[in-house]
Design a protein around this ligand. Structure first.
Ligand SMILES: [Zn+2]
Length: 267
């Protein structure tokens, strides 16, 4: 097991979606946009952490139509060797060293880790109770953003974060904290990562899909609450200021190109 604290960023394919689903009020003539599916690995002496894990393996097999109804308007490209277990082993990580799979939310492009839970004998899956319950019973508008086959199954070692546990410090050392940022999904959370170098990253995930959303110039196309979304973006700024952190957007192709990609990493 690695004893160093490092943050790795991976891309698990990309989605081609209507621009109106990416940015509220944009793309009304039917324009499409391609965005990366991003996930992270945090290594830690007490066990490694998968943050979301990208797409599950079935997504790489187009005939399976794993995503169901949403594929009528969107498409996804993923190579089989981008699946989380394949990627980890390719980069020399032992699947048994994964201690936590932490979920920002349970949308279909974030469930690669929990979908492969049987491959991680020592992992528990951390998600907010709010998101867990919402993902099991979303409303009609949000229904197609969840693929319940990825996470509604026996034997998932869930750990559900309660409302009063906001700011949960996963290792108790301040390296990884979970902050509630609802609005995109009911129980969404973002992650503050504080590295040994003193560098800090605030992984907004889908609390801000793009840098323009971080800067307040755009709103997301998929939300359960625009009010909560706006408040969560404001919260990201407070958290980032306090930790002197760089905010990383969830699906911004331009910012993604500027980040270090595994095996390069932040430490
Ligand atoms: Zn999402």
């Amino acid at each position: 097991m690695s004893t160093d604290i490092r943050l790795y960023a991976f891309q698990c394919g990309s989605t081609r979606i209507p621009l109106r689903n990416h940015i509220l009020g944009a793309g009304l003539a039917g324009e499409m946009i391609t965005t990366p599916v991003i996930w992270f690995l945090l290594t830690h002496p007490r066990g490694n952490v998968i943050i979301d894990g990208g797409n599950p393996a079935e997504v790489a097999i187009p005939e399976r139509k794993h995503w169901g109804k949403i594929l009528e308007m969107s498409s996804v490209e993923m190579s089989p060797d981008e699946e989380v277990t394949v990627v980890l082993e390719k980069h020399g990580f032992d699947l048994a060293d994964i201690r936590w799979i932490v979920q920002s939310h349970l949308h279909l492009d974030h469930t690669g880790g929990v979908a492969e839970i049987d491959e991680f004998p020592n992992a528990q899956v951390l998600v907010t109770r709010t998101e867990y319950e919402w993902a099991h019973h979303p409303d009609a508008f949000n229904d197609m953003t969840y693929v319940q086959a990825d996470f509604v199954k026996p034997g998932v070692p869930w750990v559900l974060l309660e409302d009063f546990e906001d700011g949960w410090d996963v290792f108790g050392d301040g390296v990884l904290r979970c902050w509630r940022t609802p609005g995109h999904a009911a129980g969404h959370q973002s992650f503050e990562v504080n590295l040994p170098s003193g560098d800090s990253y605030l992984l907004a995930i889908d609390a801000a899909n793009t840098v323009a959303e971080i800067e307040g110039r755009e709103l997301a196309g998929i939300m359960v609450s625009a009010t909560d979304y706006t408040r969560s973006v404001q919260r990201l700024h407070r958290l980032a200021w306090r930790a002197d952190a760089t905010i990383v957007a969830g699906h911004d192709p331009v910012q993604w190109a500027t980040l270090k990609h595994a095996p390069d990493h932040y430490a």
